[in-house]
Design a protein around this ligand. Structure first.
Ligand SMILES: OB(O)c1ccc2cc[nH]c2c1
Length: 258
């Protein structure tokens, strides 16, 4: 998979050089290219924003730098050999626009994006990008406006870090077997979409606190049932909305497997 990220704060994406994504890049599973939007400005101040038409607070990101950046990046990747034999589609990339007014970023969307060969992220600052950029590229490519949550951020770079990690860990060969994403919270069918329950490790006693006996019993069926019950308990308290959405048949299936 190829990932391009266009930003006015390239240094914000340094975390993509370490840990899971960093290792995937080193192994050639991911080809991550971070671009400074100001590279596509031509004035002495490298201006990327201007006042909003119609008035109002803040500034809006100008369309010209974005258009030149996306044209050049898409042209560079359309067709031809890419990283170690991976070809990006002649149809171009999926463009992911982090924005507070986008559709929710979910594990389901992470799975969908992980199956795409090429993603281009366009994290904005200020009040956002001139709408005509989204319209222009939306006519030719799959453009997804996505929000990671209902809170105020200064820009889209942090959401890009979140989305890239969520997508990268789903790519074949990125997680070892021991870290399988099969039973993650929110992984389809893992625990009927329940939150993960509490986890424990050694030592058996820590500051006078022990470990639930069932986890030391070696009885896999009882352990599985305890974990399911704890997951239900935590989900009921923290995310009752997931309980309403859960498929009761999945519980029965899980019970039969325990
Ligand atoms: O909620 B979000 O995912 C999000 C995305 C981008 C920006 C830019 C400024 N605030 C933002 C919030």
């Amino acid at each position: 998979m190829r990932l391009d990220i266009v930003t006015i704060f390239p240094e914000y994406l340094e975390p993509l050089n370490v840990s899971l994504v960093g290792k995937a890049r080193a192994r050639g599973v991911l080809d991550v290219r971070v671009h400074d939007l100001r590279h596509w400005t031509h004035d002495r101040h490298n201006t990327v924003d201007d006042t909003p038409c119609g008035g109002g607070p803040g500034m809006v990101m100008k369309p010209d730098p974005w258009g030149e950046a996306l044209d050049e990046i898409i042209a560079s990747g359309s067709g031809g050999e890419q990283v170690e034999g991976t070809r990006v589609p002649d149809g171009g990339p999926t463009i992911v626009v982090p924005t507070p007014s986008g559709r929710p970023f979910t594990q389901e969307l992470a799975v969908e994006l992980s199956e795409r060969p090429w993603l281009v992220f366009t994290p904005a600052r200020y009040e956002g990008i001139d709408r005509r950029v989204i319209e222009e590229y939306g006519e030719r490519y799959d453009v997804r406006e996505v929000s990671i949550g209902d809170y105020v951020l200064a820009g889209g770079e942090a959401p890009v870090l979140v989305m890239v990690e969520a997508v990268a860990r789903l790519l074949p060969g990125v997680l070892g077997n021991a870290e399988s994403h099969r039973d993650d919270s929110f992984a389809p069918g893992a625990m009927a979409d329940l939150l993960e329950g509490p986890v424990y490790t050694k030592p058996p006693q820590w500051r006078g606190r022990g470990i639930p006996e069932v986890l030391l019993s070696g009885h896999h069926g009882k352990i599985a049932r305890w974990r399911r019950d704890e997951a239900l308990r935590r989900t009921t308290v923290n995310r009752p909305d997931l309980i309403e959405r859960a498929d009761p048949a999945a519980f029965d299936k899980k019970d039969r497997e325990m």
